[in-house]
Design a protein around this ligand. Structure first.
Ligand code: GAL
Length: 806
């Protein structure tokens, strides 16, 4: 074969029968999460294969050691970082490599290690990666002992703190795997699928495949791709031939067509799969699967956002990556549960604030129909905390950004790349650093993907902001400043707009300040953060607490709803997260911003969004009905019905009509023990909601989100614990210590109650209820059977339940 000459044949609809793979058949992908050894603290010879680690703790990944620690305001992460410990940790894994792997290429792949990881194989140093959110891999070929035990050692250094404005977690907190291929193989993140033409009748699929040939001789290979629909029906196929020089790489472009494509959308997240296999002289060398979707996106300066030509308001939330009581340790079911809760609220978009997310989140967004704003950085060159990413910016930003785009660019859910959040370079008027970096980052992104616009989340909203002046952003993103949205078209003529971060409305689930119709702004409460000296009474679940730079939920949504050019908004935040209890300090250790608390229990604002963002008829009535006789209490309702009549002990308190302006209905009442009843009506629909005065605490009740879970050692059941009276009414202020007993093929992996000031451990078999509720998270092991869970508290009737593992 002559060097440099590429032979390229395309055979449309090739013998479809030749490939039937629905999963990988040639490449080996091995779970690399089990049977690790862990040591908390630094040692000098952790990478030495001869080190005796038999006394080290045995565990499986993903693992976050910080979440196992004790809250302490003196921990170097500070309360902003969640007041939990950091430090250095060592992980070691011994694993056998069969002789059949000799001659293969072997890679270890990590989805994310927080932070500053260093990796050794059999004592040989492979490299380090400072960024704690980025996915990366190392090649192990050449250092492996075939047919013998090998040792992979990882040092994780999260000792220099503060390095984050929120809780980061520490350790190998995302998944890891081994990839084994032949010497001719598809590269890491080696496919790139775009759909340059989408119509009802046909879609063009453009597939770029990056191949490597690590052999010493040239390879002439056939590259075959089959596209499958979700039922694994083959719907298009193509084969091409190419030569890859010895030791070289090659990009193969394939163009296929899908007739009458089913478009990916929020309501019908239809996913295709491209299965690509590489052959040489009829021998299969490698295969690779790329899930993808066919859809169009368009941001318009006047009309907002369109998905597949249909106008859609982006109704999003920002979320950090922690999973509450599970810490940063990734669990797919825990992420799925969060998305399910958000879907029911009417959320259609997620902003991965402020870093690349776990790949599982993106897979789930593809599958469940969420739009994603994928964000790269919170920090550029200028630091926000002492030891943050600014230290690594010069050496790493290019590689980190490239790797995020390469990893994520096939996800149909991603509609926006964000190159930064509130970076301090925004504020430089004199020097041109902000302009230069924006342009550089945008060009890094555009080299790898031109199919999505680039934005940055800016709280500097003047057109003088160097990031805006750079001319490199496709969409102007504002954090907060909702009052300025109406003037945007005047100030930024012809530009496109998104509210990248909106309301900073603070609330504690189930806690109500009265009267509720005056909005409280942070400085007023800053001096006296804890009402009546009670640190639990921090902020009201009414929509009446906000930071000076944010707004109530109502105020931002009203404006976003009004103007089409505001393509959408991302609430700060969907879920409460660990760290950043702003505006409060210790003893608070987690945020108050969420529409949903840390345990996953909705606050009242959740129903505000449900009433505005969903069509399924709903009616929410609050607060609870346990107050002192005669106390003035504002009763609120969120509904998407047109009117609600409220009755107190059978007497009408009046009928209220829902308006676009008010969006919520309010009845100022004087408390009277008994029953509140709301009857909501719309043409063709009626709903009733009752809140009773609860009696004495009487019993516990366990309610699992799923009673049957997979026996795979990962799956979870989230069990809510409620303190009820004899009639089954929730006791709205109950704080009982509940103890859990568990038997069978499962264990408790976390407990929580959503209270931001609680210093009880998340890893325990007990928890105090907060405002009547707490949560226990049960994880299966690998055995089929029955998990028996029992909750016990003094003076209450216990509750038991069974969770089946299959
Ligand atoms: C924003 C910032 C977020 C979070 C939030 C708290 O300015 O982008 O990361 O800090 O404030 O209100």
């Amino acid at each position: 074969m002559k060097l440099g000459i590429v032979k390229f044949f395309i055979v449309l609809s090739f013998m479809a029968g030749a490939i039937s793979a629905q999963s990988l058949e040639i490449r080996q992908v091995e779970n690399f999460c089990e049977d690790w050894k862990f040591h908390l603290g630094d040692i000098t010879n952790g990478n030495d294969p001869a080190l005796n680690d038999s006394e080290w703790r045995a565990l499986n990944l993903p693992h976050d050691w910080s979440i196992e620690g004790k809250f302490d305001e003196n921990n170097p992460a500070t309360v902003g970082g969640g007041a939990l410990p950091g430090g250095v940790g060592w992980y070691r894994k011994k694993f056998s490599v069969p002789s059949s792997y000799s001659g293969k290429r072997v890679f270890v792949e990590f989805d994310g290690i927080y932070m500053n990881s260093q990796v050794w194989i059999n004592g040989v140093y492979l490299g380090n990666r400072p960024n704690g959110y980025i996915s990366f891999r190392y090649e192990l070929t050449g250092y492996l002992k075939y047919g013998e035990k090998n040792l992979l050692a990882v040092k994780v250094d999260n000792s220099k703190q503060p390095n984050s404005r929120w809780y980061s977690g520490s350790g190998i907190y995302r998944n890891a795997r081994l990839i084994v291929t032949n010497p001719v193989y598809v590269d890491q993140w080696g496919t790139y699928i775009t759909t340059p033409l989408v119509s009802d009748s046909v879609s063009e699929i453009n597939l770029e495949i990056s191949l490597r040939n690590s052999n010493e001789k040239d390879a002439l290979v056939n590259v075959k791709t089959v596209i499958y629909d979700p039922d694994m029906k083959q719907i298009a196929a193509l084969e091409s031939k190419t030569e890859i020089l010895a030791g070289g790489n090659k990009k193969v472009v394939q163009k296929l067509k899908v007739e009458k494509p089913m478009l990916w959308s929020i309501d019908n997240p239809y996913l295709y799969k491209a299965y690509t296999a590489i052959y040489e002289n009829g021998t299969a060398l490698d295969d690779y699967i790329t899930p993808f979707g066919i859809r169009t996106i368009n941001f318009d300066a006047e009309k907002g956002f369109f998905l597949n030509g249909e106008y859609i308001k982006i109704k999003g939330v920002c979320n950090h990556h922690d999973l509450g009581a599970l810490g940063a340790a990734v669990n797919k079911r825990a992420i799925e549960r969060q998305l399910e809760i958000l879907k029911r609220m009417g959320v259609n978009a997620i902003r991965t604030s402020h870093n690349p997310p776990a790949p599982e989140l993106l897979d789930l967004c593809d599958k469940m129909g969420f739009l994603v704003m994928d964000e790269a950085f919170d920090i550029w060159k200028k630091k926000k905390s002492e030891y943050d990413y600014a230290l690594y910016w010069d050496a790493w930003h290019k590689k980190d950004l490239e790797d995020m785009i390469l990893r994520d660019r096939n996800h149909p859910s991603i509609i926006l790349w964000s190159i930064g959040n509130e970076v301090l370079e925004q504020w430089d008027q004199e020097d041109s650093l902000g302009i230069k970096i924006t342009q550089e980052l945008a060009s890094i992104v555009k080299k790898l993907d031109t199919t999505r616009p680039i934005t940055a989340a800016c709280n500097g909203t003047s057109p003088d902001n160097p990031l805006f002046r750079s001319g490199a952003l496709d969409i102007i993103g504002f954090n907060y400043h909702h009052d300025e949205y109406p003037d945007f078209p005047k100030k930024f003529p012809g530009q496109k707009f998104i509210a990248t971060e909106t309301n900073s409305a603070l609330a504690t689930r189930g806690h109500y300040d009265m009267p509720s119709d005056s909005v409280r702004i942070w400085p007023e409460r800053w001096d006296k953060p804890f009402r009546d000296g009670n640190p639990d009474n921090t902020c009201s679940a009414y929509d009446n607490c906000r930071t000076p730079w944010g707004s109530t939920h109502l105020d931002t949504w009203k404006i976003v709803k009004k103007y089409d050019f505001v393509s959408g908004m991302f609430i700060w935040t969907g879920f409460d997260y660990l760290g950043e209890p702003t505006p409060y300090g210790w003893p608070s250790r987690s945020s108050y911003f969420g529409v949903i608390d840390l345990a996953g229990f909705p606050k009242d604002a959740y129903y505000f969004y449900q009433s505005e963002w969903t069509d399924d008829k709903m009616l929410h009535l609050f607060p609870h009905w346990n107050w002192n006789e005669g106390k003035p209490v504002d009763v609120w309702s969120f509904t998407n019905l047109s009117e609600v009549e409220l009755f107190l002990n059978g007497k009408s308190m009046g009928k209220k009509i829902k308006s676009d302006d008010g969006m919520r209905l309010i009845w100022p009442l004087k408390f009277e023990k008994g029953a509140l009843k709301a009857i909501g009506m719309s043409p063709g629909a009626a709903l009733v909601k009752k809140n009773y005065t609860a009696g004495e605490p009487y019993k516990l009740r366990l309610e699992a989100d799923r009673n049957v879970i997979r026996a795979d050692g990962n799956d979870l059941s989230f069990v809510t614990v409620k303190v009820l009276d004899k009639k089954g009414n929730l006791i709205p202020d109950a704080d009982y210590t509940v103890k859990f007993e568990i038997e069978g093929p499962g264990k408790i992996v976390g407990v929580d109650n959503g209270l931001q000031t609680s210093h009880e451990p998340f890893k325990a078999n007990y928890r105090k209820t907060f405002n009547g509720m707490c949560l226990v998270i049960v994880q299966s092991d690998k055995n089929y059977g029955k998990i028996e869970l029992k909750a016990v508290a003094e003076n209450l009737i216990p509750s038991e339940m069974i969770i089946y593992t299959k």
